[in-house]
Design a protein around this ligand. Structure first.
Ligand code: SF4
Length: 326
C-alpha cells in the first residue's frame, strides 16, 4: 500500500474544503481500502466523512424517499419505509455482498464502487480504466462476466452494484453538494458509460459530495422486486439481474419501471420493455413479449453470448413474479 495522509471531518464544509484540495472521501471503506491494498488506487489523502449527518432515511414532501449517503446498506435494507414503499430496493440490497460488508458499506459508496473486472484489479494487465491509453485486456481475454450493453472499444466492464439497478429502474436522482451549493442529477446520468474515457465513471466535479439518493413518488399500488442470477447463491456478483416495478389499475398496467444489471457498463434502463408493458393487461404472453426487448442493441463478446438469452429470461421471470403477485 502506498503512503497516504488521513483526516476526519465533522462538517460538510470541512469535507468540501478537503475535497477541493484533492482529498478522497472514504466512509465504509469496503471498496477503496481493498483497491489501495492491491495498489490499484493510490490516493495521497483520505478524508473520513463517516461522521457527517447524512445517515437518515426520510419520506419527501411529495411522498418519495430520500436515503442519506451514509446510511449503510444493512440499515437501508431493513428500514420500514424502504421495505414497504420500494421492496425492489431492499431486495437488491439484501442480495448484495455479505452481511459483514452490508453493515459497513454505505449507499453513497455503493453507487461509487468500481468494477469487478479482474484485469482492472490486476496491475500487470492492460486496462484503460486504470491506466488510460494502455488497452483493454478483457476484450480479447476471458470476458464471460463482462458487459454486452453500453460497451466501447476502450472498456467492456460491468457496473457491479445491485441497488444501482433498482435506482435506475425507479428513476432516482443523486443529490450532490459542491462549493456552489446543492443540485440533483438523474441517476441514469450520474454513472457514465465508458466511451473513450472509461477512467471517468461518475458525473462528479472535483470535491463534490454525494449527500443522498432520492427516489420519486410513484403511483400506488406499486408492486416491485429484484431478481439476481449468479454463479452461486451468496457473496457473488450478478451475471444478470432485473429490477421491476409495476403500477396496475383496473387490470391494466399504467406504469412500468424496469432496469437490468450484470449486463451493462452502467445499470441498464429498459425503455423498450417498459413501453411494451404500459397500457397492456398482465399475461404470460405479455411478460415474454416485453422481455424480448431486454437485450436490444446488445453486443456480446467471445465468452458472454449466453447473457443475451439469460437477460431476456431474467426479465421475463421477474415481470411474472411482480406482475402475478397479490
Ligand atoms: Fe479495464 Fe474496462 Fe478493459 Fe476491464 S474491461 S480491462 S476495466 S478497460
Amino acid at each position: 500500500m502506498h503512503p497516504f495522509s488521513f483526516s476526519k471531518v465533522s462538517s460538510t464544509r470541512e469535507a468540501l474544503n478537503a475535497g477541493r484540495r484533492g482529498g478522497r472521501y472514504i466512509a465504509g471503506g469496503t471498496t477503496l481500502v481493498d483497491l489501495m491494498r492491491e495498489t490499484v488506487e493510490r490516493p495521497e489523502t483520505l478524508v473520513d466523512i463517516s461522521g457527517l449527518p447524512l445517515r437518515e432515511v426520510t419520506v419527501t414532501e411529495r411522498g418519495g424517499l430520500r436515503i442519506g449517503a451514509l446510511v449503510t446498506m444493512a440499515e437501508a435494507a431493513a428500514h420500514r419505509k424502504v421495505r414497504t414503499l420500494y421492496p425492489v430496493v431492499s431486495r437488491a440490497l439484501e442480495l448484495s455482498a455479505s452481511a459483514q460488508l452490508r453493515n459497513m458499506a454505505t449507499i453513497g459508496g455503493n453507487i461509487m464502487q468500481r468494477t469487478r473486472c479482474t484485469y482492472f484489479r490486476d496491475v500487470t494487465a492492460a486496462c484503460n480504466k486504470r491506466e488510460p491509453g494502455s488497452g483493454c485486456a478483457a476484450r480479447e481475454g476471458f470476458n464471460r462476466s463482462h458487459a454486452i450493453l453500453g460497451t466501447s472499444d476502450a472498456c467492456v466492464a460491468t457496473h457491479p452494484s445491485d441497488v444501482a439497478v433498482a435506482f435506475a429502474a425507479l428513476e432516482a436522482r443523486v443529490r450532490l453538494l459542491g462549493p456552489d451549493g446543492e443540485h440533483t442529477v438523474p441517476f441514469v446520468d450520474f454513472l457514465l458509460k465508458p466511451g473513450n474515457t472509461p477512467n471517468r465513471e461518475q458525473a462528479l466535479s472535483k470535491g463534490e459530495l454525494i449527500t443522498s439518493v432520492e427516489i420519486p413518488a410513484l403511483p400506488r399500488p406499486l408492486k416491485s422486486g429484484y431478481l439476481k442470477v449468479r454463479d452461486r447463491q451468496s457473496y457473488e456478483f450478478a451475471l444478470t439481474s432485473a429490477a421491476a416495478a409495476l403500477h396496475v389499475r383496473g387490470g391494466v398496467i399504467r406504469e412500468a419501471k424496469v432496469a437490468a444489471g450484470g449486463v451493462g457498463t452502467v445499470p441498464w434502463k429498459l425503455p423498450a420493455v417498459e413501453e411494451a408493458l404500459v397500457g397492456e393487461r398482465p399475461s404470460d404472453r405479455l411478460w415474454a413479449e416485453a422481455a424480448g426487448h431486454a437485450a436490444d442493441g446488445a453486443r456480446p463478446l467471445q465468452h458472454n453470448h449466453f447473457k443475451v438469452e439469460l437477460l431476456q429470461r431474467t426479465v421475463e421471470r421477474q415481470l411474472r413474479i411482480v406482475g402475478d403477485s397479490k
